[in-house]
Design a protein around this ligand. Structure first.
Ligand SMILES: C[S@@+](CC[C@H](N)C(=O)[O-])C[C@H]1O[C@@H](n2cnc3c(N)ncnc32)[C@H](O)[C@@H]1O
Length: 213
């Protein structure tokens, strides 16, 4: 289920969001043509939100967990300040060519630190202070990702988790599968966590934004 179920509203929202540029349009199109599970791509509205959040906080160090074809990575990197860097972690090496091609087209290659492997193994190697973390990989590990990054995030920095609505299943009392329960548990954990202040945004498949105190 689309959280902006009303198509007219969806169009209106899109019409009042800065336009998607040619690089992102091409990347989204190529993803849908060539890659399985293309619906995982963040897309225009969410991508624009990520750019604006990163830019407004003058981010210098951003970490993304789950690069996929690079859509959200490009959006985040666009919000980086001068000399900034995006660490982005991806387990599927087959995506490398496409990711690098589009970062090149977007003139963002100098900001890209792309690392392949299991994020759980790579995260302890990242020794940096982070302004923003975007968690968008395997849902079963969201809790672990949160714990592995929280001490690296500066005060006032953000941890943003994607897909926290899980196609509406998190608030459907009849949905009791394991993945849905894992996401409910993660959402509750963030809500109860005294280290952060948080807001749950029902955009696309849901973003949970936690600001470190
Ligand atoms: C939802 S997609 C990411 C979408 C991307 N952020 C975007 O908006 O375009 C999730 C990605 O996480 C990757 N992934 C899954 N488990 C992972 C892990 N343990 N470590 C690193 N990447 C992982 C998948 O291969 C997939 O490309």
């Amino acid at each position: 289920m689309n959280t902006l179920a009303n198509k007219a509203l969806e169009k209106y929202v899109d019409d009042h969001t800065s336009l998607q540029d040619e690089v992102l349009r091409k990347l989204e199109r190529e993803t849908y043509l060539k890659v399985t599970q293309a619906h995982m791509v963040s897309g225009h509205l969410q991508g624009q939100l990520l750019t604006i959040l990163a830019r407004s906080m003058n981010a210098k160090r951003i970490l993304e967990i789950g690069t996929f074809t690079g859509y959200s990575g490009i959006c985040l990197a666009r919000g980086l300040s001068e000399g900034g860097k995006l660490y982005t972690l991806e387990v599927n090496e087959e995506l490398e060519e496409m990711i690098r091609k589009y970062f090149e087209e977007a003139k963002l290659s100098d900001k890209l630190d792309l690392r392949f492997g299991n994020a759980l193994d790579i995260l302890p190697e990242i020794d940096d202070t982070l302004d923003l973390v975007f968690i968008d990989a395997d849902k079963g590990n969201y809790d672990k990702y949160f714990e592995l990054v929280i001490d690296k995030v500066r005060t006032g920095g953000l941890i943003i988790a994607d897909n926290v609505i899980w196609k509406g299943k998190v608030y459907d009392e009849n949905a009791n599968d394991k993945k849905t329960q894992v996401i409910r548990d993660f959402n509750k954990k963030v809500q109860d966590d005294p280290r952060v202040e948080n807001v749950f945004l029902p955009i696309r498949d849901g973003l949970l934004i936690a600001c470190k105190k």
